[in-house]
Design a protein around this ligand. Structure first.
Ligand code: GDP
Ligand code: IMO
Ligand code: MG
Length: 428
């Protein structure tokens, strides 16, 4: 099975990092194709915790070539901090490849991200403040800085000057901040150029050749379907394509070459930042899920908003991504509940919606229609086959499968690499 996309089916933090890491020993390339260091993936190997942001999770598997694709936005300081931190822990990062077409997050875009949020006030997105949105905006406005620009100081200075011409007006006149100079920005970016140079490659060519040779390539999404700039709960989204199509545009591999699209989905739901979340629990049960699941952001440390499983979201994700498989994660978190509700539809002002309403206002007013299943009390973290799960946990998973539009191929029962029940091989 040569080309597999792994993506988030909800609002992020579903456990994509763990799912990717788990397949690591069996794949040749892991490609990050969207987003940047707004992502946070925690991977636990032999009890040791690794927090990854900009680097693909495949970097933890010896033998994998990790690739940062053209669809990613790169904060160079963070890139090298992450590489250095892994080097200290004995992880080999020397095979990392970076697309010459990926965009750089210039320092001024971090500033603009933060001040924009402040000015939005009540209408803020709750971004991670990493400069992601402004950098993608620059890309689309054609004033972005790309990796390849770092290797020609003249071109780099020209491009930075072009961008700052506009941004300084905004910073000084609207946001009342000091102007940023071309010189300081260029010096900042050039400081990393020589270290970056050996990693830079025509990654689209390399990946297509690898597929020609029958190698296995895993495309690892940052963020998730409901945070996708086109398909998510706009404007409360990130600024990149986190859905399956993004794997193609963000890597230079055509859609006819993708064999499988795996959606990672929590057995309940979480969200960080602002925006609609129909099954959110603002009561003690929400707090219980947060504690039980350790739901605090890997990137910003913010408490994640928690709620029940939403099958409307699951069906929507199955559809817009063309999912072939679901990986249900954190089933162990739900242990100890007498009843486990599943949202099967929405009620919006008296009308039932089985599918995601296309009108954003309806999503804001959606009231979940719940179905309740019996819970289980047994510790399931040591279960390694479906049959070992308590019968009520089995019923819960089978019901999710029935109403989510995609078969459940794996089930997470703990944070460790090994804590997974496999029903269908994701690479088979
Ligand atoms: P990602 O952004 O999708 O990679 O997910 P995060 O790493 O931000 O958040 C998922 C969290 O859940 C991490 O702390 C993982 O170690 C943890 N995790 C993943 N799968 C499981 C699971 O099946 N059970 C439990 N208890 N924790 C899990
Ligand atoms: P992973 O890959 C959860 C959210 C932010 C905010 C919105 C826009 O770990 O699943 P941005 O900084 O991207 O402009 O913020 O998107 N967000 C995430 N939420 N997991 C993530 O990544 C996220 N990346 C961005 O909280 O609401
Ligand atoms: Mg995360």
């Amino acid at each position: 099975m040569p080309a597999v996309v792994v993506l988030g089916a909800q609002w992020g933090d579903e456990g994509k990092g763990k799912a990717t890491d788990q397949l690591g020993s069996r794949v040749d390339y892991v490609v990050k194709f969207n987003g940047g260091n707004n992502a946070g993936h925690t991977v636990v190997i032999d009890g040791e915790k690794y927090a990854l942001h900009l680097l693909p999770s495949g970097i933890l598997s010896p033998g994998v070539t990790p690739v940062i694709g053209n669809g990613v936005v790169i904060d160079l300081t963070v890139l090298f901090q992450e590489i250095d931190a892994l080097d200290v822990r004995g992880v080999d990062t020397s095979r990392l490849l970076v697309s010459a077409n990926a965009h750089i997050i210039p320092p001024y875009n971090r500033t603009i991200d933060k001040v924009t949020e402040r000015f939005l006030g009540k209408r803020r997105i709750g971004t991670t403040g990493r400069g992601i949105g402004p950098t993608y905006a620059d890309k689309i406005s054609r004033v972005g800085i790309r990796v390849q620009d770092l290797f020609d100081e003249h071109i780099l200075a020209q491009k930075v000057e072009g961008a700052l011409d506009q941004k300084n007006h905004l910073l000084v006149k609207v946001y009342n901040r000091r102007a940023i100079t071309v010189e300081e920005t260029v010096a900042d970016l050039l400081a990393y150029a020589e270290r970056l140079r050996p990693m830079v490659a025509d990654t689209a060519l390399i990946l297509n050749k690898a597929l020609d040779e029958g190698k296995t390539v895993l495309f690892e999404a940052g963020q998730a379907t409901m945070l996708d700039v086109d398909h998510g709960t706009y404007p409360f989204v990130t600024s990149s394509s986190a859905t399956a199509g993004g794997a193609c545009t963000g890597s230079g591999v055509g859609p006819t070459r993708i064999d499988r699209v795996v959606g990672v989905i929590k057995a309940y739901t979480t969200r960080v930042g602002e925006g609609p979340f129909p099954t959110e629990l603002l009561d003690d049960t929400g707090e219980w899920l947060r504690k039980q699941g350790g739901e605090y952001g890997t990137t910003t440390g913010r408490p994640r908003r928690c709620g029940w499983y939403d099958a409307v979201v699951a069906r929507y994700s199955s559809r817009v991504n063309g999912l072939t498989d679901l990986v249900v994660t954190k089933l162990d978190t739900l242990t100890g509940l007498a009843k486990v509700p599943i949202c099967v539809a929405y009620d919006v002002h008296g009308t039932r919606y089985d599918e995601m309403p296309f009108d954003q206002s309806d999503v804001h007013h959606a009231v979940p229609v719940y179905e309740e299943l019996d819970g289980w009390w047994e510790d399931i973290t040591a279960c390694r086959t479906f049959d070992e799960l308590p019968v009520n946990a089995q019923r819960y998973v089978l019901r999710l499968e029935e109403i989510s539009g995609t078969r459940v191929s794996a089930i997470g029962v703990g944070p460790g690499r090994e804590a997974t029940i496999v029903r269908h091989d994701l690479l088979g």
